[in-house]
Every structure is written in structure tokens, then in C-alpha cells.
Design a protein around this ligand. Structure first.
Ligand code: RM4
Length: 253
């Protein structure tokens, strides 16, 4: 898969799954812009990695729970990238919480970061793609949690299902412009998002035992299928959900 001269945006690209995708895109020649929330050091490390591949690397710090910040991001995008070929809607949070302790503030924050910010970032980026007649690719990093529940993830699973609902409509709306939109559904991938949760020995053993491949996923396990969906090699997958979970979902007994 060749991404030379492609301009890609990866939200939440300084850590975890987004970081794996950002680096994999740079490895294959893409110019990559990442957004990130707080970890300047991780963002700098990522941009250094990208630039060492001989491509352009950019970073933009943004609180994706604040919709008023999206305009600044889009100004930065237009300043740095005249065209955009790829958008990876990855940024996400999952503060594990008992359903009855999820208050309006927590729900709003998870909803805004995971769904609302990506609704409007995608709206503005796809306007750029359409204006430039770019047959772009957009990928939502949804989750197995769009398909199954989590006792302490009622807010989070809601957002992951919502991402797929948005993706379905965008596959129609943007498909008319030759822009293809899909979702990828990672299983349990060991990243910052679940380090605390999986520090519980019993929980980690339960999750690992549920996966036929016998191990939790890593960002690299997600990057390769993600790259296919946003590559020129993808000529007809549009509006699809790709589960990448090592077989966890189907392993009932
Ligand atoms: C994923 C899945 C994993 C969990 C992360 C936070 O969608 O539920 O098990 O560790 O979210």
C-alpha cells in the first residue's frame, strides 16, 4: 500500500491506536497531521517519527470536548494541507464508570470527544475534499463496543454505536462524491484507554481467555486493516464495519 503524497489527519494520534495508524501511514509515505489532547511529549515524539520518514508531520493540540475549538483546527488544516486525502476519526475516551454514577458532565464529555467532535471535523474536512474533487477516505475508529455492551461502559458503548450510525449516513452522502467512509471495530487493544481497567488481574485474564488468539491486541494489529480501508487499494468497501478483535466477539463457549 503506497501513500506517497497523501495528506492524512489522525485524531488522537499521539498515543495508542491512533499513534499506530499515524506511524504506519508515515512509513508508507503519507504526510500526517495528528491531533492530541494533552501529552505534548508524546505528540512531539510522534511528529519526530513522522518527519524522520522524509514526509511532513504536523501536530495540533485540541480539547475535542469543546466544539468551539474545531474552527481553529480547521484553520490549521487549511494552512498546512491544501488538500486532505485521509481522515481517521480515532480520538476517544472511556472512563469506566457505574451506570448510576454517570452524570451529565461525564456523559457530555465522552459524547463530545467520541462523537460530536468527529461529526463536525468530518463535515469540514469532507467539504475540503469535495471542493478539491479529492476521492478521499474517511475511517471511524469505532469499537467492538458498538456491537456488545460493557457493564461500566454505558456512556462509551452509546458513542461507539453512534459513530457507526453516522458512518452509514456519510457513506451515502459522501459516496456520491467518490469519498468512501467505513468503521473499524477494534476489540480489546492494550493502550492508555484501558491500562487501569486491565491492571485488574482477573479482568485481564477474563479478556485474554475470551480471545482465541490468546492475547490482547496491539495498535499494530489495527493499523494494517485500517490502512487497507483508507488506501487506493480499497475501491469498493464503503459503509462497512470491520471487526478486528482476534475472535473475541464470537467466542461464547
Ligand atoms: C473497547 C473494548 C475494550 C476496552 C476499551 C476501553 O471498545 O471495550 O475491552 O478495554 O474499549
Amino acid at each position: 500500500m503506497d501513500f506517497k503524497n497523501k495528506n492524512a489527519i489522525v485524531t488522537g494520534g499521539s498515543r495508542g491506536i491512533g499513534n499506530g495508524i499515524a506511524k504506519a501511514l508515515a512509513d508508507r509515505g503519507a504526510n500526517v497531521m495528528i491531533t492530541y489532547g494533552s501529552n505534548d511529549h508524546a505528540a512531539d515524539e510522534t511528529v519526530d517519527y513522522i518527519r524522520k520518514k522524509g514526509v511532513r508531520g504536523e501536530r495540533y493540540k485540541i480539547d475535542q470536548s469543546d466544539m468551539e475549538k474545531i474552527g481553529g483546527l480547521m484553520n490549521f488544516v487549511k494552512e498546512k494541507f491544501k488538500t486532505v486525502d485521509i481522515l481517521i476519526n480515532n480520538a476517544g475516551i472511556c472512563p469506566f464508570m457505574d451506570f448510576f454514577n454517570i452524570d451529565q458532565n461525564l456523559f457530555d464529555k465522552v459524547w463530545k470527544v467520541n462523537v460530536e467532535s468527529h461529526f463536525f471535523i468530518t463535515q469540514k474536512v469532507s467539504e475540503i475534499m469535495i471542493k478539491n474533487h479529492t476521492k478521499g477516505k474517511i475511517l471511524f475508529i469505532s469499537s467492538i463496543s458498538a456491537i456488545v455492551g460493557g457493564k461500566y461502559q454505558a456512556h462509551y458503548t452509546t458513542t461507539k454505536s453512534a459513530m457507526n450510525g453516522l458512518m452509514h449516513s456519510l457513506a451515502i452522502i459522501l459516496g456520491e462524491h467518490g469519498i468512501m467512509v467505513n468503521s473499524l471495530e477494534p476489540g480489546t487493544i492494550l493502550t492508555d484507554i484501558n491500562t487501569e481497567d486491565l491492571s485488574n488481574k482477573e479482568k485481564r485474564e477474563y479478556m485474554e481467555n475470551r480471545i482465541p488468539l490468546g492475547r490482547l491486541g496491539e495498535p499494530a494489529d489495527i493499523a494494517t486493516p485500517a490502512l487497507f480501508l483508507v488506501s487506493d487499494e480499497n475501491t469498493y468497501v464503503n459503509g462497512a464495519e470491520l471487526l478486528v478483535d482476534g475472535g473475541m466477539l464470537v467466542h461464547l463457549q
